[in-house]
Design a protein around this ligand. Structure first.
Ligand SMILES: [Zn+2]
Length: 270
């Protein structure tokens, strides 16, 4: 099975068994059984959506314990729908773990080769791209909405791992988490005009409207970066169609929390 959802301590989250078996601790949070003021009772994990900070930190602690990572080492970034990738070195560990003010600014993807650093980004329809180098233990996590996707953030994140850690793309396991599917994601010419070379992922509906397949578009970029097709896992879960389980910006007209996706390498390799 490519992607499964389980619960621990009453916290539900999704995971990719292949990634776990390779030693990469990770989880894609569900919205159930949390404390949140933004949407009552939601496991909102983001500090930037106007929620009560104490409740968000409580939600993060519960999620961290379920997944098996240290909440005080959650390392986050601002997520501005850009394509900047930052290498997380010692001084960045824990950025944004307790206070959005010290999150890594102006950044949408993080990479690191330090063990026990749970990278965590936040999503409500945008595409989580998880990268794990089975040879070096290096990891990468990207936030790919349409803007990040047309700016090639998935490809850039693989390249950044190559440059920083000597990652061989053929050693990378890639996973595309729950996010809005082509079934529910209508965009217009404004988006398509910026996606030269990826027209195949825009299904024409007429009158300048398209259903955009962000999963396919990101997967293609991973292949372009040298990742093997057979190492790319797609959860295939549409957040808009599963808003009881996941936060969906579109399904809830913007008034929603954020699911967190965390990825952590447990041991140094090589
Ligand atoms: Zn859908």
């Amino acid at each position: 099975m490519t992607f499964t959802i389980r619960s621990k301590n009453n916290i539900w989250y999704g995971a990719f068994p292949t990634l776990e078996q390779a030693g990469f601790v990770h989880g894609c949070s569900c919205r159930l059984h949390g404390e949140s003021d933004v949407v009552d009772g939601t496991l909102n994990l983001a500090l930037h959506v106007g929620d009560d900070v104490t409740k968000v930190l409580c939600n993060r602690k519960a999620f961290a314990e379920a997944v098996g990572v240290d909440a005080s080492r959650f390392t986050t970034c601002q997520q501005v729908h850009g394509s900047k990738v930052v290498r997380v070195t010692e001084e960045f560990i824990g950025s944004g773990a307790f206070d959005f003010a010290n999150t890594i600014a102006d950044t949408d993807a993080l990479i690191t080769n330090i063990p026990d650093v749970p990278l965590m980004l936040f999503y409500a329809d945008c595409v989580p791209v998880l990268l794990a180098d089975v040879a070096t233990g290096a990891i990468g996590l990207a936030h790919a909405g349409w803007r990040g996707t047309v700016a090639h953030i998935a490809r850039k994140t693989v390249r950044a791992m190559q440059e920083a850690f000597g990652t061989t793309p053929n050693d990378v396991l890639a996973a595309i988490g729950p996010s809005i599917g082509a079934c529910c994601y209508e965009v217009d010419d404004f988006v398509r005009d910026q996606a030269s070379g990826y027209e195949e992922f825009f299904l024409a509906k007429g009158e300048g409207k398209y259903q955009l397949d962000l999963w396919g578009m990101n997967a293609k970029q991973l292949v372009e970066a040298g990742v093997s097709v057979e190492n790319i896992m797609v959860a295939g879960v549409c957040t808009n169609d599963n808003k009881e389980l996941f936060c969906s910006y579109r399904a809830e007209q913007g008034k929603t929390g954020r699911m967190g996706v965390c990825l952590c390498s447990k041991q140094a390799r090589q």
